[in-house]
Design a protein around this ligand. Sequence first.
Ligand SMILES: *[C@@H]1O[C@H](CO)[C@@H](O)[C@H](O)[C@H]1NC(C)=O
Length: 591
Amino acid sequence: MRGAAAGAALAALALLAGLIPALGDEHNHRYQVGDTVTLWVNKVGPYNNPQETYNYYLLPFCRPKPAERPRHKWGGLGEVLQGNELIDSQLELKFRTDVPKRDICRMTLDDEDVEDFSEAVKRHYWYEFFADELPIWGFVGPPPEQTKGDDTVYIYTHKTFDIAYNGDRIIHINLTSENPQPIKGGGQLTFTYEVHWKASSIPFVRRFERYLDFNFFEHQIHWFSIFNSFMMVIFLTGLVTMIMLRTLRKDYARYTQKDHDDLESLERDMNEESGWKLVHGDVFRPPRFLEVLAALVGTGVQLALLVLSVILITIAGALFVERGTIVTVFIICYALTSFVGGYVSGSYYARNEGKAWIQTMLLTACTFPVSCFAIAFVLNTIAIFYQSLAAVPFGSIVIVLLIWMFISFPLCLFGTVVGRNWAGAPDHPCRVKRIPSPIPDKAWYLTPQAIAVVGGLLPFGSIFIEMYFIFTSFWNYKVYYVYGFFLLVFLILLIVTVCVTIVGTYFLLNAENYHWHWTAFSAGASTSVYVMLYSVHYFVVKTKMTGFFQTAFYFGYTAMFCLGLSTMCGAVGYLGALAFVRRIFRGLKVD
Ligand SMILES: *[C@@H]1O[C@H](CO)[C@@H](O)[C@H](O)[C@H]1NC(C)=O
């Protein structure tokens, strides 16, 4: 048994190690004069549709010599999941060695080539190369706007690489596309390139600053919005503490006074008595669908911890400069934090005296991954149909499944068992009455539905400027690097969600409605409804995406994001409300 466990652990470690790209000589980024610098071609696709990408050689560009099978670069799981496939271009590129104008190849265009190229130029196709881990971008042809009044479509045939170096390091690479030639059937095209090297004094460690848009991310608006959200947090927490303290103190005072009063006033008091104290016999009644709530709360806490660890690791390692690494980190962290998900859901379920713990554990382990997998499956089918590079190869799907089966799932099971045994004893401050009380009718704004819908507004308000920056990074080619901001906004979001859920729960209990469990969860979770609405606005107003493919990917990814966000906010808000409810009823001496 122990041997098997050790074997499984070793296999898991080997699996994790395989996710991290192998260390090659390109990875120390040092070259001698004359060393080969590999130019990798990656993807090509319409500029306005960031996910609609194709293999570079899907366009009839000159292919590498078929005799030698072109080298592919394995850059880790995250890179593949993000739809990258690096293929050796076999263009000769040597460190600090200029190449004068030289032919790549000559080709005669047949009708099919003409159609492919024209389509690509008309749809603003651009392509991405990599050299020494630096991205290089260029357009296939001049945008048709530039050649207005002219029916012929042109394609760039000459590429000039201007490469800056500092000592034995490559600092940056400029690509200039020139010499547009008309695309017409039977026409001859000669593709050429040249390379110039220039010394630069920019130190290697600062070479990525070129890709960061300081003006955009560190704009006054951004600072202002953080400041604003921060003020909101102070105001909200202050408000919550003040109202709660005052109300609760007055409530307790009245309640304990009853002992000393005569019977008559007690009777009057009981008749007058209203509000949260009346529901003490029902408030800890286990919620409907306890298994589902336990699973969602466990998953939500896991996601919160996951986001926190990914942000911290990214800040510590400055990972945003490396392709796909954040995705890899995300997957590994998800697998490892499964223990926490199992622990929280298992202990919560046991405290509510649930009996079907295996079912709950399965729900915890599966709900989120299976939902994401279902969406990803649909997107992948679309991508395969379009022959896009965004289609995840079968091998990578298997790796993800194996990680889930052999790391995430056992950890969730283990967490559940530990949670049940360590923290699973029922400990409600008040006993639950045998017969549920009726719930009085109240104004519409005190109904669970209203509280759930309004609950998401403030948390959404605290993140929506950041949403703009994140969406813009994701869909409009900005490198997101301000993870410090992200961390702040994340913490603000959690605090605001907890405060709002507590206030909402207090109102609901005061309306003598003890169905607060799902209301509290939905109040936090509804944040993502507003994010979803915002994403529709963003899609229509801020992007120029077109076509079924990109629309499906946009809304598919947003749906996954909102799914995670709602589970996380719902769980965090619910746990805050649970702590609050336990706190106020602990002070209440009844029975
Ligand atoms: C690349 O382009 C930038 C901006 O246009 C310029 O400042 C830089 O000198 C260029 N580098 C080389 C090596 O030509």
